[in-house]
Design a protein around this ligand. Sequence first.
Ligand code: FCB
Length: 425
Amino acid sequence: MAELVFPDGFLWGAATAAHQVEGDNDGSDWWDWERRPGTPCVDRSDLACDHYRRYPEDVALLASLGLNAYRYSVEWARVEPEAGRFDEGQLDHYRAVTDAVVAAGMTPVVTLNHFSLPRWAAARGGWLWSETPARLARYAERVVRALGDRVTWWCTINEPGSVAFGGYVGALNFPPGRTDLRSWERATAGLIEGHRLALLAVRSASPTARAGMTHQLLEWASDARGRPFVEWMRRRNEDVFLEAAADDDFVGVQTYTRVTVRFNPVAATALRLALRVPPLAARVLPPVVRRAAASPTPPLPPGARRTQMGYELRPEALAATVRRVARLLPGKDILVTEHGIATADDADRIAFIDAGLRALHAEIAAGAPVRGYIHWSALDNFEWAYGYRMQFGLVAVDRATQARTVRPSARHLGAIARANRLPDA
Ligand code: FCB
């Protein structure tokens, strides 16, 4: 296969999120969720990767690989530990992190809210609380004022679809663990409003900012019977948020897999009926989506392999989602803010990166305005309810010693980044 050259100025990076790597994020809803009996969490985040203290070493390591971007998040629960009280020391910390990123020659891509909420906001209902959107915006303004001159790329909310779905209707794997359609709708509206207000705040605090949301997008497949369900899920989980991105400066695309939906005839008819009658839908759908989401092993197409997460191993899913965004929001800049694989075999990760980049390059060649590729994740880290078993890292982390070991995939992505091209296969 021919060598593939990427556009000038392409961002090549790795990503983390505060709660998953920093450690001791004990003012957040996730800290409590990990300790609450009955949740599906298999581990506690505890010290995580101790990145709060070890960031100088981690940032230097990522830059030494050849990457030119680092995506990380600022932790709201640290910056505003009590409602209305902002901690200047924490803002100084994130300023220091950002300075280190810039000094290492990397472009910071900063997420303002990556899943976790301050405990005080969660206690009032999280995304169901009418004030959460305005509070997020006020916090965002503080952060952007503190870091703004060093940062261009801002992500307001990470994967609002996952937050609304996982926490308010389906999977029970996110706080606050609600499971009804009404909560899902209200949380969705709250997240959209939070994004809208945060976007205004970011722009008012930094005229040079480029702001957007990062979206979890799936490649969907189904037979005819599964299609109404796919359309319904995609509408509620993806499209509402993409529509809310119409005024954004970029769309963050995060794609891990393809989901194939198949129903037996009875279930398909029941579901089609339920979708037409809202009160029926309110009763029937939560258990259906819950069951679907809880199934660790959804059916796969013949011959397909699974990742540690139980997902179909399908790096090319990224092309399908990028193509869809380019069609729905023509001309809008796209930044791949996450793409990665949980695997014990690093050769799988290398192959995943290459196949994903080949598929992505074809979309760029077809005109999709993709500005960069940021891999999930820089480090093996705390994978939410799945805990520390998932190995997403370009860099391995020894849980006992915190020692970092650079995997071959990290050097591989770094070499691609340096060359700005994918060599012949
Ligand atoms: C995404 C999240 C990220 C990480 C990856 C595996 O949904 O944004 O924090 O957990 O999945």
